[in-house]
Design a protein around this ligand. Structure first.
Ligand SMILES: [Zn+2]
Length: 68
């Protein structure tokens, strides 16, 4: 996972080591700053805590509209 994240250069985003929360479901596309976000309430899979760069690598490239 760390090697995968390192393959992407997201330096322009600033602190890519920031911890965010993502839903592991197939339709998720956003990352969240809190696991209690209402945007994660509809997550049908599990919620995972990852770094921002890992979230991007997983395709969660948009900040959630509720908690960001
Ligand atoms: Zn959110």
């Amino acid at each position: 996972m760390l090697l995968l994240a390192a393959a992407f250069d997201y330096g322009a985003l600033g602190n890519s080591n920031q911890m965010v929360y993502v839903c592991t479901g197939p339709t998720a596309y956003a990352y969240h700053c809190t696991p209690n976000c209402r945007g994660l309430n509809k997550c049908s899979a599990s919620i995972k805590c990852v770094t921002l760069s890992e979230a991007y690598a997983m395709g969660r490239s948009k900040p959630c509209g509720w908690c960001h």
